[in-house]
Design a protein around this ligand. Structure first.
Ligand SMILES: Cc1ncc(COP(=O)(O)O)c(C=O)c1O
Length: 436
């Protein structure tokens, strides 16, 4: 009998570039994927939006209306301009800026979500080894992006109204005295309902920050201000604040960005930014070799919704009341369960999706710390606050937690906070509070 020929299988692997091969997995992705293997877990960690409020019917009807119009329909299915749809850019400028709408629309670029824009802006303005100044704490995805691009971040102390101007002033003076001024190119802020600290900057605070920045503009390369307004529309109390450009920021050095991920749907993924020259032209050149324009179809849906007044109907009629109830449920649960624990502090957020919790200084909320393990054991997940601090600058506060009320139901929020309170009490009682 003839024997079967044996095939020798050689396992060949593609070679990654050095930069990609060296890139570490983001700690947050690791934590989430490990933790989410437990299906019963109540996640107060994910920054996702409320599932039930995603407006399927409104989008379905809008798409039908859009495609029934032969001209707009075909346009939405065609390639578009690299900078994005001109009509949508004007609508965005009119919505978020007090004046100069045509100018802002002309300077605007639309992207597939604002994260893409943050990446492009950073790539266009910063060399590896340059410095970005940011709040302590700040948006951890942006910190990860900076690390990935080889850019260093320095964090500045904050209070209940966001970055403290005197702390910014001091850091700029210190870095200048250390001969580091040449490296400072950007100040990154999330001025509305910050992710993670949930703070909003008043006009007064914005103007103070601008004055400090202005004082330090000489003596080195210009410092751009990047204002990431991702949560601006999610306000439950009080009145809107003007953006930095409307507070008198130098338009030649100021970048304002926003997104329709939080006020509409992240799956639509339309982000926008108003960019001064020469950044706009440089960024468009980069974008044109990457994708020569973000999806026209998503932009056409957002434009149609705005023209029909449906974005505001959705916000006022569904999203804001839903999130306000969830915010209230989280605040009530924190007051009920955590206020009695000495040393626990939180601010009631006026908007956004987060509550920022400070624990007694001796309790570390770090991954792997007794509190983290106790929470996982009980079935509740949070974002360890320390992931939101740059490694340089203001002290990393390991006793902090970001809680999100976007995804869970009100009952899930209450239960999650109850479990967290039990875990804190248990860890305090055991005396094993610090990170392992
Ligand atoms: C502060 C901040 N900026 C930007 C983004 C990016 O949003 P997107 O890329 O969906 O527009 C997020 C998302 O969570 C965010 O929290």
């Amino acid at each position: 009998m003839l024997s079967q020929p044996t095939t020798v299988v050689t396992r060949r692997l593609l070679h990654l570039t050095q930069a990609v091969a060296a890139a570490p997995e983001q700690p947050i992705s690791r934590l989430m994927s490990d933790a989410l293997k437990n299906p019963g877990l109540i996640s107060l960690a994910a920054g996702f939006v409320d599932e039930q409020s995603l407006p399927c019917q409104m989008i379905e009807e809008t798409i039908a209306r859009l495609l029934r119009n032969p001209m707009r329909g075909r346009q939405s299915l065609q390639y578009g301009l690299t900078e994005g749809d001109a009509n949508l850019r004007l609508l965005i400028a009119q919505r978020y800026f007090a004046g100069c709408h045509d100018q802002h629309a002309a300077n605007m670029v639309l992207t597939a979500g604002s994260n893409q824009l943050l990446h492009l802006i950073t790539q266009c303005l910063l060399e590896p080894g340059d410095l970005v100044l940011c709040a302590a704490p700040t948006y951890f995805v942006y910190l990860a992006m900076l690390r990935d691009l080889g850019v260093d971040a320095v964090s500045i102390a904050t209070d209940d109204a966001g970055m403290i101007p005197e702390a910014l002033d001091q850091t700029l003076s210190d870095l200048t005295a250390q001969g580091q001024r040449e490296r400072i190119k950007l100040l990154y802020l999330v001025p509305y309902f910050d992710n993670p600290a949930a703070t909003t900057m008043t006009i007064h605070r914005r103007q103070e920050i601008l004055q400090v920045l202005e004082r330090h503009q000489t003596g080195g390369p210009p410092i751009a201000l990047l204002a990431d307004n991702a949560y601006r529309d999610l306000r439950y109390d009080g009145v809107d604040e003007p953006c930095f450009i409307d507070c008198g920021a130098d338009p030649a050095l100021t970048i304002e960005t926003g997104t329709f991920s939080k006020n509409l749907a992240p799956g639509i993924r339309v982000g926008w930014g108003v960019l001064p020259e020469p950044l706009r032209t440089g960024l468009l050149r980069r974008k044109s070799v990457i994708d020569f324009g973000s999806p026209s179809f998503s932009q056409a849906i957002v434009r149609q919704l705005m023209l029909d007044g449906l974005l505001d109907d959705h916000l006022k009629g569904s999203l804001l009341p839903t999130y306000q109830d969830k915010r209230d449920a989280m605040v009530a649960a924190c007051q009920r369960q955590l206020s009695a624990i000495e040393g626990v502090h939180f601010q009631i957020p006026q908007g956004g999706l987060y509550v920022w919790l400070r624990l007694p200084p001796e309790i570390a909320a770090s991954p792997g710390a007794p509190l983290w393990n106790a929470c996982l054991h009980r079935g509740v997940l949070y974002v360890p606050g320390e992931l939101c601090f740059a490694s340089e600058g203001a002290k990393i506060q390991r006793n902090t937690i970001r809680l999100s009320f976007g995804v869970q139901s009100e009952a899930g929020i209450s239960k999650g906070i109850e479990l967290l309170a039990q875990a804190i009490t248990e860890v305090r009682a055991s005396g094993t509070t610090s990170c392992c």
